[in-house]
Design a protein around this ligand. Structure first.
Ligand code: AMP
Length: 320
């Protein structure tokens, strides 16, 4: 994940929840993608604070540093080295076809794409393959990047000999949670989020602004839950009452105001344990940095073992 600050519900349902449940059966590596954060914002003045906020959210949501490794990109130099090698194994046209890149260019109105942004999936391939990742738990937008990772792994293995697995994406049911505007996916850069650290009042005031079915103007108008963002949130955060909400909306017995109150309350209940754990972690900043630094030592060791194999297969700098 890119350290862009506090996390939102899209991060939670698209990735973080999955990470927490996977850590029982897998050895997880959680990358604080600080180099990747530069693709959409080259201002680094808030990077350190954003890193901290994100990792506090990870820990508050249940990531256990005794089971999983948490580390920053920039502190494990092997990522940059493997990225450079991989950048020779993929064509620019393959990268230009990346649908996630096209979406970003459109949504963020990028008219001057950087070389590094085009190469985002190449660095991501290095991030995954340095640890010989087999399963990559991501949201829908990252699936094309995992496909590129497989292409690069195949190309490397065919050219120099087998080092890497060909990883698979593991997506959740909510791999693309819509934002409050109902148009785009929930994303910090388009300012349509509910944070997983939002207090009850904030959740409610944000949900009040959420876009619903434009044809349901009065409470008694029959609504179309399938075009309503708030209903999507109900299906995730209030799933027990999903059918009741659908029925009430469609028959005009449930108005948008009441529906939004119910939705805000179910979201707040879901995130309440995270909000609570977060407030205790906020007083233990030093411990949080220790967890990150410890993860970095572990990651460096594994990354270097892989690079020794890579250099040897490529006959790069190996002494006879
Ligand atoms: P990013 O902040 O773009 O680095 O995303 C971190 C992870 O969260 C990736 O696996 C994304 O696919 C996932 N993610 C981000 N936004 C959403 C969303 N709105 N719905 C589902 N997953 C998301």
């Amino acid at each position: 994940m890119r350290p862009t600050g506090k996390l939102h519900l899209g991060h939670l349902v698209g990735a973080l929840e999955n990470w927490v449940s996977l850590q029982t059966n897998y050895k997880n590596f959680h990358l604080i993608a600080d180099y990747h954060a530069l693709t959409t914002n080259t201002d680094t003045s808030e990077l350190e604070q954003n890193t901290l906020e994100m990792v506090i959210d990870w820990l508050a949501a249940g990531i256990d540093p005794n089971k999983s490794i948490l580390f920053r990109h920039s502190q494990v130099k092997q990522h940059a080295e493997l990225h450079l090698i991989f950048s020779m194994l993929i064509s620019t046209s393959r990268l230009e076809r990346n649908p996630t890149l096209k979406e970003q260019i459109r949504d963020l109105s990028i008219d001057n794409l950087s070389y590094g942004h085009l190469g985002y999936p190449v660095l991501q391939s290095a991030d995954i393959l340095l640890y010989k990742g087999e399963v990559v738990p991501v949201g829908e937008d990252q699936v094309p990047h995992v496909e590129i990772t497989r292409d690069i792994a195949k190309k490397f293995n065919n050219t120099y000999g087998k080092v890497f697995p060909e990883p698979e994406s593991l997506i959740t049911k909510f791999a693309r949670l819509p934002g409050l505007d109902g148009k785009q996916k929930m994303s910090k850069s388009v300012n349509n989020t509910i944070l997983i650290s939002d207090k009850t009042d904030d959740v409610l005031s944000k949900i009040k602004l959420a876009v619903t079915d434009p044809l349901k103007v009065r409470k008694n108008d029959p609504g179309r839950p399938d075009v309503c963002t708030v209903f999507t949130y109900h299906t995730k955060f209030n799933s027990k009452y999903e059918n009741e909400i659908r029925n009430g909306c469609e028959t005009g017995t449930l108005g948008c105001v009441e529906c939004k109150l119910k939705c805000a309350s179910s979201i707040s209940q879901t995130i309440a344990p995270i909000v609570e754990k977060r407030s205790s972690l906020e007083n233990k900043i030093k411990d949080v940095w220790n967890i990150i630094n410890d993860g970095e030592s572990q990651a460096r060791k594994i990354a270097e073992e892989t690079m020794i194999e890579v250099r040897s297969k490529m006959k790069l700098g190996v002494l006879n």
